[in-house]
Design a protein around this ligand. Structure first.
Ligand SMILES: [Fe+2]
Ligand SMILES: [Fe+2]
Length: 362
């Protein structure tokens, strides 16, 4: 198993194409056709080295090194990952196997909620509808990477749909599929791109708070980028766009908060959490495949449609609420999280009405 993950990767991806997301045509495309999660993980040092380097930045000062490496992480994070972990983003996105997500309904019924939450079924459904509307609004049609030619670009909406689909193809949990699908959601609510570069992780985290652990990836995703930037040469050289590198500098003031929250994990659990963040960040950066590359293989099953997204969110929401204490304080906190999320999502209300077409194929 270990040997399977050890690939002669750097030679195959580094000699032809000097820079991912360079302005030259087809550089980006070639990277997305060739780099796999295994390639990135094979370039990571073991946890001892990672912790030592992080401690030189004064992060995690009280943690002790444990024996843990990227091969263990892949086995733990993707127990059924098999050969798909060797697949590039393009290969994963052109897989035409039908998507099968939880067969729940597209709305939350009060009967599925504990008594204290029953009264909130209606605002919860409005919230789920609003998330879907925002993913389909005009701001979601903007190019994800400003300044790149269309032939090398994707829209915000396609970036989100690809991230959810790659997470699904690699076998991540429903919570983490939803986390990748919605991790940049606040970027689709704000016209000011500079504001989004700086704050979209904190705003998206507030938007996703009612969905529980779904918010975790978005709140940590600048720190996850920092981790891959520090520790994976393959990522640094081939997957990090100049734009993303610039926003990394702007977002560096969020790292301390991420480190503080991640410090609840000890030893192997911390190692696991950091490698999981790096895996999710790699999927995030895989999810920028220009659609002309997929067009020949596009079928209706490729991206999640609106109903599939609603079913996923209903499933994740109901499972999250089952685990919450049904006491007044918890319900009141949930209600206030829901209203804070709706306030940010409602920034799009002045824009032209969302498209009525299904999410997914243009
Ligand atoms: Fe982001
Ligand atoms: Fe992203």
């Amino acid at each position: 198993m270990l040997a399977r993950f050890r690939q002669p990767i750097q030679r195959t991806v580094s000699h032809c194409y000097p820079r991912f997301f360079s302005q030259q045509s087809y550089h980006n495309v070639e990277m997305l056709k060739s780099i796999s999660l295994v390639n990135i993980f094979a370039s990571l040092p073991n946890f001892d080295h990672i912790l030592k380097k992080l401690q030189s930045h004064h992060y995690f000062p009280n943690q002790s090194p444990v024996s843990y490496d990227s091969h263990q992480a892949l086995r733990q994070l993707f127990p059924n990952g098999d050969k798909k972990l060797h697949h590039s983003a393009v290969t994963l996105l052109t897989d035409s196997t039908p998507v099968v997500l939880p067969s729940t309904e597209t709305v939350v019924h009060p009967d599925h909620l504990a008594s204290h939450f029953k009264q909130l079924a209606s605002p919860i459904n409005l919230y789920i509808d609003k998330l879907c509307q925002v993913l389909a609004n005009t701001l979601a049609e903007r190019n994800y990477e400003a300044g790149l030619p269309d032939s090398e670009n994707v829209s915000e909406r396609v970036h989100a749909l690809q991230a959810g689909l790659v997470a699904y193809r690699l076998g991540l949990s429903h919570v983490n599929i939803a986390a990748l699908l919605l991790h940049d959601i606040s970027r689709c609510t704000k016209e000011d791109i500079a504001h989004s570069h700086r704050f979209h992780h904190t705003e998206s985290s507030k938007i996703l708070s009612p969905l529980g652990a779904v918010k975790n990836y978005t709140s940590h995703h600048p720190f996850a980028k920092f981790l891959l930037y520090e520790f994976s040469e393959v990522y640094r050289t081939h997957l990090l766009s100049p734009l993303s590198q610039n926003s990394l500098k702007m977002q560096s003031d969020s790292f301390a908060a991420s480190v503080r929250r991640l410090s609840i994990h000890q030893n192997e659990k911390l190692a696991e959490a950091l490698f999981q963040l790096m895996a999710m960040r790699a999927i995030d950066d895989f999810s920028k495949v220009p659609e002309h590359l997929l067009q020949a293989n596009l079928t209706a099953s490729h991206y999640f449609d609106n109903d599939t997204i609603k079913k996923l969110l209903v499933h994740v929401m109901v499972n999250h609420l089952i685990l919450l204490n049904p006491d007044e304080a918890t319900v009141s906190q949930f209600r206030s999280d829901l209203s804070a999320a709706m306030k940010i999502l409602s920034r799009v209300d002045h824009l032209q009405p969302e498209k009525k077409q299904h999410l997914g194929l243009k």
